[in-house]
Design a binder for this molecule. Structure first.
Ligand SMILES: O=C(O)CCC(=O)C(=O)O
Ligand SMILES: [Fe+2]
Length: 243
C-alpha cells in the first residue's frame, strides 16, 4: 500500500458540525487493496474466528488486558494498514499494535458501547465489502466510563436507545473513519441490526459521501478492520533451551 494522505492533509477530512473529533476519508484504499484485504481476512484459519450472536471477529496483535497485552506480531497485511494509518499521525508517536476484524452479515450489528480504557483513545476503522451506518448515543445517565462494559449495561443501553440516539456516520466501503476525544470518551457507538439504511439528516458526513438524504441503502456483508494502539503491553520472554 502506498501512503497517499499525510498528517498535514488530515484537517480537510474532519467531519464538520459534530462533537470533536471525527475524520472521514472516502476511498482511503483502492478496489484492489479492498479485494486483497478481504482475501486475507477470509484466508485466516477457521479457529481464528470467534463467533458471537450478531457478528464474528478475528483478534490480531494480542488480547487487550488490564494487566497488559502479550504482544503478538501483526501479519504483514495488517501491519501495512497499521503503518499507513500511523503515517496520518493520529496516534502521535505510538504505533497501532492491535486489529479487530469484525464481519457483519446483512442484518447484523453491534450494541452501543464504549471502547474503554484499554486502548489509546483513538479508533481507526477501515471499511470493506459494504457500507454501514455507525450510530452515536449519549451515554447512560451516570454511566459514563463504565457504560457498555457488561451485558446488563448493554441491555439497559438498548432499552433506552431511541432517546439517546444522536447522529450517524455513513461508512462507505474502502473508507477510513477516525474517532477521538468526545466521540471516543463520551458517546457510545453501535451498529443497528438492519438490512437497509435510510439516509436522513442525522447522517452527518454526507458531504463526503456518494449518498443523499432520502436514499435507502441495502447492506451487504461488511468487514471492518478496527486498528488501535494498546499502551499497556507485556513482553513475554521465551527461554527455549535455556535454564
Ligand atoms: O465494525 C465497526 O465499525 C465497529 C466495531 C466496534 O465498534 C468495536 O469493535 O469496538
Ligand atoms: Fe467499538
Amino acid at each position: 500500500m502506498e501512503t497517499k494522505i499525510h498528517s498535514e492533509d488530515l484537517p480537510r477530512f474532519r467531519v464538520q458540525n459534530v462533537a470533536p473529533m471525527a475524520y472521514y476519508i472516502p476511498d482511503f484504499i483502492t478496489e484492489e487493496e479492498e479485494s486483497y484485504l478481504l482475501a486475507k481476512v477470509y484466508a485466516a484459519p477457521k479457529p481464528k474466528w470467534t463467533r458471537l450472536s450478531n457478528r464474528r471477529l478475528q483478534n490480531w496483535g494480542g488480547l487487550p488486558h488490564p494487566k497488559g497485552m502479550v504482544v503478538e506480531k501483526l501479519p504483514e497485511w495488517l501491519q501495512m494498514c497499521a503503518d499507513r494509518i500511523h503515517s496520518l499521525g493520529v496516534f502521535q508517536d505510538k504505533r497501532p499494535n492491535h486489529v479487530l476484524v469484525n464481519e457483519y452479515q446483512q442484518g447484523q450489528g453491534i450494541m452501543p458501547h464504549e471502547d474503554g480504557p484499554l486502548f489509546y483513545p483513538t479508533i481507526t476503522t477501515v471499511n470493506l465489502g459494504s457500507h454501514t451506518l455507525l450510530d452515536f448515543y449519549k451515554p447512560l445517565p451516570g454511566g459514563e466510563g463504565d457504560a457498555g462494559s457488561t451485558e446488563q449495561a448493554n441491555v439497559a443501553a438498548a432499552a433506552s436507545c431511541d432517546e439517546r440516539y444522536t447522529m450517524s456516520f455513513l461508512l462507505e466501503r474502502r473508507s477510513l473513519l477516525i474517532l477521538q476525544e468526545d466521540l471516543y470518551h463520551h458517546f457510545l457507538h453501535g451498529i443497528a441490526e438492519r438490512s437497509t439504511d435510510a439516509i436522513t439528516d442525522r447522517v452527518r458526513n454526507l458531504t463526503s459521501c456518494g449518498a443523499a438524504v432520502g436514499d435507502t441503502l441495502t447492506r451487504d456483508t461488511r468487514v471492518s478492520l478496527t486498528i488501535r494502539h494498546v499502551p499497556k503491553t507485556l513482553k513475554v520472554q521465551l527461554r527455549l533451551g535455556r535454564r
